[in-house]
Design a protein around this ligand. Structure first.
Ligand SMILES: *Cc1c(COP(=O)(O)O)cnc(C)c1O
Length: 419
């Protein structure tokens, strides 16, 4: 045991961002359920609007409870600032739009979270923005897709349900070589497993709805800024000038917040920030259990003859195993896996046979959750798009919870027995 002054991750998870002295001794922040804040003088409100104080004005702009979560998330990810928002999709949308103008392009993976894919492929297109989709683990494909119009590279730490893990350090190097920032959606790994900013990424995005809050009780998102990308020197971001003049290294956070978040009204409810903070206290414990259970479940399912294939980055035969092991420091491989049951009819029978595992559209909850993405989230997608996104009719996605693993395996086993 080495004793040192700098706190370790699990301690920081619990202690970072707390100021009981400001909260009458409470070790939890109050839920500031208030739309607006009174100011002592006209001068003070004017200075606050001018960014000269950090006082609060109006909930759509900032909120004291939300600010505590922002400080906690920035600290856990090793960033300089964070903005919390009403959902993970609000964070994805605001972070990308802060970087994009009509005519721009960006490079991204082809196994994105479903709504991120829809946003990029269908909605951005209407505004003359072109996403270049490539295999997220193919670094030369990422580099080849970059051109003069590219504004950023966007990846997910673990793609879903493809379970592909791109090498973020390598991707950051490629992006930086071309004067571009790397944005990483780190929802699936959480800072417990991976801190993309430490690997060279510039901006981290989260859906706090998943593992961070952890209990399926709060939605939320966050954009975290490493504060190190050279916006002024890259040559690709002339439109950042007013934000650089105002906030220097935090120009991106300022742009996300000032130009998009507060005007789109993607406000986080302080109750959701509060619940998310309580969830984060047990992040490390939950992640350890999710990952230990997931590895056992993957090994159990792989032995079952009914399962035609199974992809979990924790298994040595997974194409992403080596990168995941290196990138996640051997701590584990998160709690999500996908497997095949032959066809949709068998997948439906299997899901309907389950007695304990919940059938719903979410992941990262304490409870084990299952879904057949082809017939649910991807129902309205045409066949070539489903094929391109690796959404097959036989695919079932399992988010392994923190129950006793014997009970998870028992439920899966009895559902397979009755096929
Ligand atoms: C769920 C999820 C999102 C979207 O988050 P919401 O909170 O549902 O809006 C974005 N990215 C990933 C990887 C997700 O799993």
């Amino acid at each position: 045991m080495t004793l040192k002054k700098d706190k370790h991750f699990n301690t920081r998870v619990i202690h970072d961002g707390l100021s009981p002295e400001k909260w009458e001794g409470s070790t939890l922040p109050p839920i500031f359920q208030t739309a607006s804040h009174a100011h002592p003088t006209a001068e003070n409100l004017s200075q606050t609007f001018g960014g000269k104080t950090t006082d609060h004005i109006y909930m759509r702009l900032t909120n004291p409870t939300n600010r505590v979560l922002e400080q906690k998330l920035a600290a856990l990810e090793g960033g300089q600032a964070a903005v919390v928002m009403s959902s993970g999709m609000a964070a994805v949308t605001n972070a990308c739009l802060a970087l994009l103008r009509a005519g721009d392009e960006f490079v991204t993976g082809n196994s994105l979270f479903m709504s991120s894919y829809v946003l990029f492929a269908n909605i951005f297109k209407k505004y003359d923005v072109t996403p270049r989709f490539v295999e997220s683990t193919d670094m030369s494909a990422i580099e080849n897709a970059i051109n003069d119009k590219t504004r950023f590279v966007y990846l997910e730490t673990i793609g879903n349900p493809k379970m592909d893990v791109p090498d973020l350090a390598e991707a950051a190097e490629i992006a930086h070589r071309h004067g571009l920032p790397l944005l990483v959606d780190n929802t699936m790994a959480t800072p417990y497993l991976c801190c993309p900013l430490e690997l060279g990424a510039d901006i981290v995005i989260h859906s706090t709805t998943k593992y961070l809050s952890g209990h399926g009780d709060a939605t939320g998102g966050a954009v975290i800024d490493g504060g190190t990308f050279p916006w002024a020197n890259s040559g690709r971001f002339p439109d950042f000038k007013p934000f650089i003049d105002r906030k220097g290294p935090l120009a991106f956070t300022d742009k996300v917040w000032r130009e998009h978040h507060i005007n789109f009204g993607t406000t986080q409810a302080p109750l959701h920030s509060y619940l998310t903070m309580i969830g984060i206290d047990t992040l490390a414990l939950r992640m350890e259990r999710h990952m230990e259970n997931a590895l056992s479940v993957a090994r159990y399912l792989r032995e079952r003859p009914e399962i035609s294939w199974l992809n979990y980055p924790g298994l040595e035969d997974s194409p992403s195993h080596a990168t995941a092991k290196k990138q996640f420091g051997g701590k584990g491989f998160s709690g999500l896996m996908a497997f095949g049951l032959g066809d949709q009819e068998t997948s439906f029978k299997f899901i309907n046979n389950l007695k304990m595992i919940y059938h719903l559209a979410n992941l990262g909850d304490c409870k084990t959750l299952i879904i057949h993405p082809y017939s649910s989230q991807y129902l309205s997608f045409d066949e070539p798009t489903r094929e391109a996104l690796s959404i097959h009719a036989d695919l079932v996605r399992l988010s392994v919870g923190i129950e006793d693993v014997e009970d998870i395996c028992y439920d899966l086993g009895q559902a397979l027995d009755s096929l």
